[in-house]
Design a protein around this ligand. Structure first.
Ligand code: 5GP
Ligand code: MN
Length: 341
């Protein structure tokens, strides 16, 4: 990943005087959205800017320990309209870990209303939307946090990466790479991790805080989902699972409890693609994962109004669970007939 020097200079100019900044992340925020947003906020705050981090909805309980995460304002719970006011007054709005304002739902609409603030994009998803004054879009980066590390170092040097910033960034890198197991694991990434490690961050502790901090209900829900709900297609090369609201209630479901379930079918050697359908209040959330050449970004765009990355994507379905599953089975068949899975 080679950062565009012109864009770094544009950012440097933008932050040459004290700014009112709002950093926005995507709906159903993950470790990468939160870690990269908070790291940027910390670095800019230390340099005299007034920064607020805003998210469309709440984030999972096992990310609540991240330094400064309690300062994030959740738009859906923001009864005092702090976010609307901050966005209205902002000089700069940074969208982190999202390629379009639509990924932040109602919060994105609030951002769209401010037509005077400079809009900055720092992201690693495919197909960045138009309308950003400075767009740092690097789909080849394994996480936005790694990209954010590179941006911070390019702007302010390695000294800007304190232990706190390193912890925030490490969470994003660790979660988006599946603890260094997914694609785009470049030497430059490990050089960044070496620099983060040099600040004294506690890597096993960060791992435990995220991956070994679940509830008993989550462990039982996981067993249930794999054992009872995993179905396969195409002779065991494609899988899908679903969870209804009733099933989630049975296991005391909390937001984020099914995060990562969709990866598990891919631990079966011949599995190429996996889907998870999770009932939400108004729609069904679709999570997709694949291996190798099977492109779930295209699949999500074509069949589920979504997108993401080649091997990890998501979308939404606005019909019943039965209809969603039927649509998936039909779509997989079509994809197979075109030789795409
Ligand atoms: P997850 O399955 O973890 O929710 O999402 C996997 C990837 O797909 C993430 O990179 C996420 O940003 C992207 N993604 C998830 N849901 C959507 C969606 O509704 N629209 C788009 N464009 N991308 C999504
Ligand atoms: Mn990400």
């Amino acid at each position: 990943m080679m950062l565009d020097i012109n864009k770094i200079e544009q950012l440097r100019e933008l932050f040459a005087e004290p700014r009112k900044v709002v950093v926005v992340g995507h709906t159903n925020p993950d470790g990468d959205a939160i870690g990269s947003s908070l790291a940027l906020a910390e670095v800019l705050t230390v340099r005299g800017h007034k920064v607020i981090c805003a998210l469309p909805n709440n984030y999972p309980y096992y990310l609540r320990w991240i330094p400064d995460s309690n300062n994030i304002i959740i738009h859906r719970n923001d009864e005092e309209h702090q976010i609307e006011r901050a966005i209205d007054e902002a000089d700069v709005i940074v969208c982190a870990d999202m390629n379009s304002l639509s990924r932040a739902d109602a919060l994105g609409e609030v951002v769209a209303k401010n037509s005077t603030a400079k809009r900055v994009l720092i992201d690693h998803h495919l197909y960045p939307a138009d309308g950003f004054d400075i767009a740092l879009s690097y789909p080849e980066s394994s996480s936005t946090a790694f990209l954010m590390y590179s941006v911070i170092v390019a702007l302010y040097g390695k000294e800007a990466v304190t232990k706190k910033v390193a912890t925030q960034l490490y969470v994003g890198i660790m979660t988006d790479t599946g603890n260094f197991a997914f694609s785009n694991l470049t030497p430059a990434l490990f050089e960044a991790v070496a620099a983060l490690s040099a600040t004294g961050i506690d890597i096993p502790q960060i791992y435990n805080n995220v991956y070994n901090s679940f509830t008993e209900g989550r462990a039982r829900l996981f067993g249930y989902t794999i054992n009872r709900k995993m179905k396969t297609l195409l002779g065991g090369r494609v899988a899908y699972m679903s969870l209804t609201e009733e099933e989630m209630r049975r296991f005391w479901f909390q937001q984020g409890d099914n995060e990562g379930f969709v990866n598990y079918p891919l631990s079966v050697k011949k599995m190429k693609m996996s889907a998870m359908f999770t009932a939400q209040t108004d729609f069904i959330r679709v999570s997709l994962r694949s291996r190798g050449d099977v492109d779930v970004d295209t699949f999500a765009r074509r069949y589920f109004n979504g997108g993401g990355h080649k091997n990890a994507a998501g979308g939404k379905s606005f019909v019943s669970m039965e209809e969603t599953i039927a649509h998936y089975i039909k779509s997989v068949k079509e994809y197979h007939e075109e030789g795409l899975v």
